[in-house]
Ligand binder design. Structure first.
Ligand code: HEC
Length: 133
């Protein structure tokens, strides 16, 4: 009888423990992005998306100022290989936390309008100085 009570107590304890774990799992908030960490990782992205996500070519989208949720959704679908093979390889090694951090960083930057493809082919007249190779 004592044994029965004891094992029942243990069983109850285990159940409440597992419920605690379970409920903390389901109610855990979405990952909170760390913009500072994102800024460090953003060095990986500059070669294509430009300094601070401001692309200088229509080949790569500007990602500065993108909506945070859209950024995360976009990165996750690119990681899943749904489109864009360049980004599939870029995103393969990134965790959800990495993506959240990058999203936090880029979404806080001032946005830039996407460049139109034709702006690339137009001969540079004004502004084509020594700083532009
Ligand atoms: C090798 C070039 C390259 C690098 C490096 C690169 N990207 Fe991209 N990225 C692309 C291309 C190309 C696309 C367009 C893909 C598509 O939509 O098919 C893209 C698309 C995106 C998009 C989706 C934009 C949208 O409008 O949906 C996001 C977000 C993004 N990149 C973030 C990043 C981040 C963050 C990094 C650094 C970790 C990074 N990229 C590094 C080439 C690159």
């Amino acid at each position: 009888m004592v044994m029965k009570l004891a094992s029942r107590a243990i069983a109850m304890l285990l159940i409440s423990l597992s419920q605690a774990v379970w409920s903390s799992d389901t109610s855990s908030p979405a990952l909170v992005g760390d913009a500072q960490r994102g800024a460090d990782m953003a060095k990986l992205c500059t070669s294509c998306h430009g300094y601070q996500g401001r692309s200088v070519t229509s080949r790569y989208p500007s990602i500065a100022g993108m909506d945070e949720a859209r950024f995360i959704a976009g990165m996750q679908s690119l990681r899943a290989g749904e489109r864009g093979h360049l980004m599939a390889s870029m995103t393969r090694g990134l965790s959800d936390q990495d993506i959240a951090d990058l999203a936090a960083y880029y979404s806080r930057l001032a946005p830039q309008a996407q460049l139109e493809p034709h702006t690339q082919q137009e001969p540079r007249t004004e502004g084509a100085d020594a700083s532009v190779p």
